[in-house]
Design a protein around this ligand. Sequence first.
Ligand code: SF4
Length: 376
Amino acid sequence: MNRPFEALYVHVPFCRSKCFYCDFYSEAGRTKDGYVKLLLTELSLLQPELQQFPTVYFGGGTPSLMEPSFFETLLSRVGQFSEVTVEFNPEDATPQKLRALRELGVNRVSIGVQSLSDTTLKALRRRHTARQGLKAVEEALKVFNNVSVDLIYGVPGQRPEEFLRELETLLSLPVKHVSLYALTPYSETQLGRLVELGKVELPPEEQVEECYRLGAKLLEEKGLKRYEISNFALEGFRCKHNLHYWRLNNYLGIGPSAASFSDSRYRRNVSSLESYERKLAAGELPTAEEVKFSPDELKEVKLSFGLRLTEGVELEALGLKEWFQELLAADEAIGAMVEEGLLEFSGGRLRLGEKGVLTSNAVIATLLSKLPKSTP
Ligand code: SF4
């Protein structure tokens, strides 16, 4: 029997305009009347026992563009949650909207401030100002105890000490959770194309790492401990919903481009509102891709996700303890990684060391390349 779902993700695929670095699926310049009905249709095509979730996360796109009635309809349908997060863009964080959502059971908001420097916001081509970003956080804190803020570093023209000052300003407010994301030139984005054409130059790697290092240090000093490579929280304020992803617990995603995981099966919806609507109208689930992981693949995914977490992974539970102990004794590269503090192995758990956090992709890739393969 399948384990129950631990988390529901609702994708809201609408934005006022498309940010040039963003690789999430969203339609610019409009919301769609009746979108909630499409989501309810998708839910009704799934089994009835799927409809209670400990955590719900409205992400996007820009969920804060939606009216309170949108959230009311969905939350009254799914019931039973301990954490309900809504992502907000600063422009939408009005006292009225924040209060209306709290009345409906929302208890956590995540605000896409991205930067507290107007110059950096301009470089990112965001629509809001630094003042609006800060005001949004202040307004959110009047209504919610659990407020998270996203910041971007590694932006052209942004110096590490400036980034640190922005973070200091932010931390003068009682935010409970901060996510730090490096600006990444994904190939299918406008930024990716501009970087490839040499029309935008990203800061050198050492400067980007310095931003992260300084930011992480300040956050830790202020009591917001890193629990995932990009995520920091005060005690008791880790994002329960996202922890389900990284621990590979079962989660359900609805809406175009949303992903779901159930036991060893991964499913992703079509990344087009039009196809999503068409499939639902035909009485079909809007699936674009479905993969059943083999036991080897599942170990690989669990290891790569689990290593993102500060808690790391318990190798015994994955049947990998002996493998790693043997690897450590026989493989020079892995031995060196442990010696240099890129990887740590203690109490049966494997985790990234302090230095490994900065080069996590390379460390995890090296480790995965050494995983044993069972004979089919
Ligand atoms: S970054 Fe946020 S607001 Fe900008 S396009 Fe992406 S989802 Fe929309």
